[in-house]
Every structure is written in structure tokens, then in C-alpha cells.
Design a protein around this ligand. Structure first.
Ligand SMILES: Cc1cc2nc3c(=O)[nH]c(=O)nc-3n(C[C@H](O)[C@H](O)[C@H](O)COP(=O)(O)O)c2cc1C
Length: 223
């Protein structure tokens, strides 16, 4: 599959950008299936949306991210999706580097940095741990939400509305039928955005500015 796939059915498209980050795509079952499902689902000409899939590990096997291309893709999108397997309670390394390099001060956040303000961010994650493992009594010792704070605050800093994530727990135990059902939920959610019932209940994203002294003046790209 090519690294960038644009699926553009007729009609006024809602623009969705899916950033997929899987460091071992050849051995992926869940995220690979989701990727294929989106490709098939939105190839049909009835959906009134444009879905751009950017497979970061295919685009940047050398980790040399094209910041301008990434920012252009972001600027064009209405809904931004970060899809990845959870690794060490966080995102894969290239996804983190993508944040470091693409979400620059003065563009994505901070003084004058409003390029993403008003867009939506949606996490689509898979975990090896089961839902029971993400409980105070489980081996991960916390509810899953506790691991989402850095994502949520990253969104807030950039003026992105943080949508309730879609999480598949127990990725290695899921059977094919349940995986296919999950993939269809994912596709239906994309197809129906922004008409999600829970969006009406979400608070507006508060304005979030970063004081100048909180970052190095010379480079100025860190929060
Ligand atoms: C290096 C590494 C770190 C991982 N860390 C976690 C973790 O912190 N929590 C968790 O539940 N699963 C963890 N996993 C399991 C992955 O989340 C799981 O293998 C993945 O979601 C399965 O999706 P896939 O079939 O697309 O690879 C980790 C896997 C790897 C390889």
C-alpha cells in the first residue's frame, strides 16, 4: 500500500486526515486491518468525505520528516486522527518526533500559533493490555484515561478539540469478527463526523497561550 492514499468521493468533502504510526507494520494485525478497512470503505463513491491516510513509518523510514508537507496536510484537514498502537503507555517514536517537529511554536501553538485552532483531534488506539488490566486493581494500576492526559493537553495547547478516543483493548486476543466490527465502528464514526451525539456535550477548547519564558528563545519550538 502506498504511504499516502487519498480517497476522494464526489460531493462536498469533509476533510479527514488519518496519521497512522506503526513501527512494525508488517507484523501489525489490528492497525493494518483498520487501515485496509478505511481504504475499502471510503473507496465507495457515496460518502461525502475525503480521507487522507498518511502512513508515517512508510513516508519517513529514515525519520526525516517533511515538516512543510505535514503542516500542509494538517492545515487542510477538518478532523485529524492519530492512529497507533500504544507503546510504553505512549505513542511510537516517530509519532513523537512528528509532534516535536511539526507542531511548532508560532504555528501550532503559542503566540501567533493558531493553524490548528478549531479543528478536532481523535485518537484511535490499540493496546495489548485488556480493559481489566487498565483498572486500579490491574497490572497497569490506573484506568486508561490516566494515560491520555499528555494527548489531551497537547490538543488543548494547539486549540484542538479532543474527541473521546476510540480504543481497542486486548488487541492480541480479539477475534476476527470483533476486529471487523471494530473497524466498521471506526469507519462509521469517520463517515458521520461531526454528527456525533457526544460532541454537543463537549466544552469549547479554552484559549491556551504559552508564556514566552517557558521555551528557549533561539529555537522556540518546544512547549
Ligand atoms: C514496544 C512495545 C510497547 C508496548 N507497550 C504497550 C503498553 O504500554 N500498553 C499496552 O497495553 N500494550 C503495549 N504494547 C502492545 C501493543 O499496543 C499491541 O501489540 C498493539 O496494539 C497491537 O496492534 P497491532 O496488531 O496493530 O500491532 C506494546 C507493544 C510493543 C511492541
Amino acid at each position: 500500500m502506498p504511504a499516502v492514499v487519498t480517497l476522494q468521493p464526489p460531493g462536498r468533502p469533509v476533510r479527514v486526515l488519518v496519521l497512522l504510526a506503526h513501527p512494525d507494520r508488517g507484523h501489525s494485525r489490528v492497525n493494518a486491518h483498520l487501515q485496509h478497512h478505511l481504504s475499502r470503505r471510503f473507496a465507495e463513491p457515496t460518502a461525502a468525505l475525503e480521507v487522507v491516510l498518511r502512513d508515517l513509518y512508510s513516508l519517513y523510514p529514515d525519520f526525516a520528516i517533511d515538516v512543510e508537507a505535514e503542516q500542509q496536510a494538517l492545515a487542510r484537514a477538518d478532523l485529524i486522527v492519530w492512529q497507533h498502537p500504544l507503546q510504553w503507555y505512549s505513542m511510537p517514536a516517530l509519532m513523537k518526533l512528528w509532534l516535536d517537529e511539526v507542531l511548532t511554536h508560532g504555528w501550532a501553538y503559542g503566540h501567533g500559533g493558531h493553524a490548528l485552532a478549531g479543528k478536532d483531534l481523535w485518537l484511535v488506539l490499540s493496546t495489548g493490555g485488556s480493559e481489566a488490566a487498565y483498572q486500579p486493581q490491574g497490572y497497569n494500576r490506573h484506568f486508561f484515561d490516566a494515560f491520555l492526559s499528555p494527548y489531551e493537553q497537547t490538543a488543548a495547547l494547539c486549540g484542538l478539540r479532543f474527541l473521546p478516543p476510540l480504543v481497542l483493548h486486548g488487541a492480541h486476543a480479539i477475534d476476527t469478527t470483533a476486529l471487523e466490527a471494530h473497524a466498521e465502528v471506526y469507519a462509521q464514526r469517520l463517515a458521520s463526523w461531526p454528527d456525533w451525539p457526544e460532541i454537543a456535550d463537549l466544552p469549547d477548547c479554552p484559549a491556551c497561550d504559552t508564556p514566552a519564558q517557558d521555551r528557549p528563545s533561539a529555537r522556540g519550538s518546544q512547549p
